[in-house]
Design a protein around this ligand. Structure first.
Ligand code: SAM
Length: 276
C-alpha cells in the first residue's frame, strides 16, 4: 500500500490561499466580488480546465436533484461550477488538507456553502454511507492511486444503482519512460498510470458497465497550443492560474506533460460508467 502522505505532500502548499487572494486583487476583485468564473483558471486542476469539466458533465446528464460526489476534488472548482450552473448538491473529498481548507474558503467567498461541502479524506476509505449519491465524477485523480480496484469498489459502494460515474484521467496509451516531474508526481514512485482497457476491466469487476470511452488527445494538444499562444502574447503569468498550485516547477511539469502526450505515451481519457 502506497503511503498517501507522499501524495498529499506533493500537492501541499501552505501559501496557496494568500497567492489566490493576491491573484484576485490583481483582477481588481475582492473575496466579496470574486465569481466562480474568475476562479476557473486556478481551481480546475486538470487538462482543459472548465471546458473539460463541462464536456464530461454534458455526457453524464445528471438531473438537477441528483446529489453528486467529486472524488479527489482538489480545491473544489468543478464542484462549485456544477453547483452554480446545474444546481446540484455536490460533496467533495480530497486527500490534501490545504486544498480542502482553501476550497472551503473559496466556496464561502462565492456563497455556495448551501450546495457544496468539501471533506478531507482518502478516496480509498470514504466516510459516506452505502448508496448515498446519485452520481460521481473524478478528474485527474487516478494517476495518484495504485489500488484502482479498491477505489472503484468504494465508488460503487457509495453510489445508488443506475448512478453514472464519469472519469477523466491521464491514462497510459503506450509503453515507454515518461518524463518527470509532471503535475501529479515529481517522479514515478507515486505515479500510477493505467490504460483505458485496465480502467474498464476494473470498473466492470467493481460493478459498473461502460457506456463510453473518449480519448481527448486532440483536445489536449489544441488546449496546450492555445495556452502557449496566450502566454507568448502576454507579459508574465496570468493573475490566477495553475502556476500558483505547481509553483516554481510549473513550467517543467507542463513541458513534460505536453511531451508525454505528444509522444503518445499517455492521453487524457474520459470513461462514462454506470453502476449496475
Ligand atoms: C491533479 S489534482 C486534481 C484535483 C481536482 N480533481 C481538479 O480537477 O481540480 C489531483 C488530486 O487528487 C487528490 N488525491 C490523490 N490521491 C487521492 C486519494 N487517495 N484520495 C483522495 N484524493 C486524492 C490530490 O490530493 C489532488 O487534489
Amino acid at each position: 500500500m502506497v503511503d498517501e502522505t507522499i501524495v498529499s505532500n506533493h500537492y501541499d502548499n501552505s501559501s496557496l490561499l494568500e497567492l489566490i487572494h493576491a491573484g484576485i486583487s490583481k483582477l481588481g476583485k475582492s473575496n466579496k466580488t470574486v465569481t466562480v468564473e474568475d476562479l476557473a483558471p486556478v481551481d480546475e486542476f486538470h487538462i482543459g480546465g472548465r471546458v473539460a469539466t463541462d464536456h464530461l458533465m454534458n455526457q453524464l446528464t445528471f438531473s438537477q436533484s441528483a446529489e453528486l460526489l467529486d472524488i479527489g476534488c482538489g480545491l473544489g472548482g468543478a464542484s462549485r461550477f456544477i453547483a452554480k450552473h446545474y444546481g446540484n448538491k455536490v460533496t467533495g473529498i480530497d486527500l490534501t488538507d490545504v486544498y480542502v481548507s482553501v476550497g472551503k474558503t473559496l466556496t464561502d467567498w462565492v456563497d455556495l456553502k448551501h450546495l457544496v461541502s468539501l471533506h478531507q479524506g482518502s478516496a480509498l476509505d470514504m466516510p459516506f454511507n452505502d448508496m448515498s449519491f446519485d452520481g460521481a465524477y473524478m478528474l485527474h485523480v487516478g494517476m495518484n492511486i495504485q489500488a484502482k480496484g479498491a477505489l472503484f469498489t468504494q465508488t460503487a459502494r457509495v453510489l445508488k444503482p443506475g448512478a453514472k460515474f464519469g472519469v477523466y484521467d491521464v491514462m497510459r496509451t503506450k509503453e515507454g519512460n515518461l518524463s518527470y516531474p509532471v503535475p501529479w508526481a515529481s517522479d514515478e514512485s507515486f505515479s500510477f498510470l493505467s490504460s483505458p482497457e485496465e480502467y474498464s476491466a476494473l470498473l466492470q469487476s467493481s460493478g459498473f458497465t461502460i457506456e463510453a470511452i473518449n480519448d481527448r488527445r486532440e483536445f489536449a494538444l489544441e488546449f496546450f497550443k492555445q495556452l502557449k499562444e496566450k502566454s507568448e502574447a502576454s507579459k508574465g503569468p496570468p493573475a490566477l492560474g495553475l502556476h500558483l498550485l505547481m509553483q516554481h516547477t510549473s513550467p517543467e511539469k507542463m513541458r513534460n506533460m505536453i511531451s508525454n502526450i505528444a509522444n503518445g505515451l499517455v492521453s487524457p481519457t474520459e470513461i462514462i460508467a454506470k453502476k449496475i
